[in-house]
Design a protein around this ligand. Structure first.
Ligand code: PLP
Length: 364
């Protein structure tokens, strides 16, 4: 039988990194710490209550959750402006991004990003039949902002996506560069929105501000966040976005009805009510990251500066061999980024000790 699959999808493999039971799972930038018992109990109680009403569809506009997210972001990023109507959420920031593409992308439209970057970006574009173009980052993975702004004015994309901190490099974008991208986007005749993907924002080093502080002045800026990383809630699937109301209204048009289940909403709200406990280990992860970077550099590796919960390091003549060698020793990392580089997520001190000893053996 011939399946009428879209020609551009024929033969493609689904996206995804290996999910293996090994001693150190350091390949998808998860938070290595389970939610503390008290928070597990609070989530279980909230889900229990939600279960009593599962015969009904959930709150389609999830206003309670949006209010809680606005309250969190107002405090975390010092943005008084934000209210529930400036917040969107979906099943992971992956789905938030897909909504952005459904609303603003489409045939004949172009999205721009800066490589190397998160490998899902081309997939959102592909799935919505949107053109995806990238500009290379500089050798140290920072943006060449003159080239970036010139390319925006020239190519006239509908959307510019920049991850900050960037995955897989960890590079954070200075606010002056976000402002420069916004100014270039302002010059695109048909309109262009700038999406700053701050999935790893809570891990940024002190003094690195969030692009959310620029939202009040910029109606064409959207800042995407997730509860998957700092909140230790990857399994809950909750991502969110802050922007002016007109952007949120566009996303409301393309979402499926009731896309956020009552269980998801209850889980996310209970987690937000306990965000301090859930994020208690963020400082530890940051410290472990900085120690890991220092150790790798002391061994002679090159490591990209990182504001995230992972580090990109290299160069390796045969990175697959190093990856396999680590895996044989129970350490799962990620082959990603430019040729020769590897990415390791920051785990617990025990996991990182295992990573260090395994790496020394493999590269001896
Ligand atoms: C830069 C970036 N954005 C978005 C995501 C998606 O996260 P989620 O869908 O779990 O919110 C990830 C996940 O690794 C990421 O690295």
């Amino acid at each position: 039988m011939t399946l009428p699959i879209r020609p551009d999808l024929a033969g493609l493999e689904p996206y995804g990194a290996p999910q293996l039971e090994v001693a150190a799972r350091l390949n998808v930038n998860e938070n290595p710490y389970s939610p503390p018992n008290g928070v597990v109990d609070a989530i279980a109680a909230a889900v229990h209550k939600a279960a009593e009403g599962l015969n009904r569809y959930p709150d389609r506009d999830f206003l309670g959750l949006r209010q809680d997210l606005a309250d969190y972001l107002r405090t975390e990023s010092h943005v008084d402006f934000l209210e529930a109507r400036h917040i969107w959420a979906a099943n992971g920031s992956n789905e938030v991004m897909l909504h952005l593409h459904q609303a603003f992308g489409g045939p004949g439209r172009k999205v721009m990003s800066f490589a190397p970057t998160y490998s899902m970006y081309p997939e959102y574009a592909r799935d919505t039949i949107t053109d995806f173009v990238t500009l290379p980052r500089r050798e140290d993975f920072t943006l060449d902002i003159e080239a970036a702004t010139a390319a925006i004015r020239e190519a006239q994309p509908v959307m510019v996506i920049v991850a900050s901190p960037n995955n897989p490099t960890g590079t954070a974008l200075p606010l002056s560069q976000v402002e420069a991208l916004l100014a270039a986007a302002d010059d695109v005749p048909g309109g262009c929105i700038v999406v700053v993907d701050e999935a790893y924002a809570e891990f940024r080093r002190r003094g690195v501000p969030s692009a959310a502080t620029l939202i009040p002045e910029h109606p064409h800026l959207a800042v995407s966040r997730t509860m998957s990383k700092a909140f230790a809630l990857a399994g809950g699937r909750v991502g969110y976005l802050a922007a002016h109301e007109a952007i949120i209204d566009a996303l409301r048009v393309v979402r499926l009805p009731y896309h956020l289940s009552a269980v998801t909403q209850a889980t996310a709200r209970a987690a937000l009510a306990h965000h301090r406990e859930l994020q208690a280990q963020v400082d530890e992860i940051r410290a472990e990251r900085d120690e890991t970077v220092a150790w790798l550099r002391a061994q002679g590796f090159t490591v990209a500066d990182t504001d995230a919960n992972f580090a990109l390091f290299g160069p390796f003549e045969d990175r697959e061999r190093v990856f396999e060698g680590l895996l044989e020793r129970g350490v799962l990392i990620r082959v990603t980024g430019p040729e020769g580089w590897l990415r390791v997520s920051i785990g617990t001190p025990q996991e990182m000790a295992l990573f260090r000893s395994a790496l020394l053996e493999v590269t001896a």
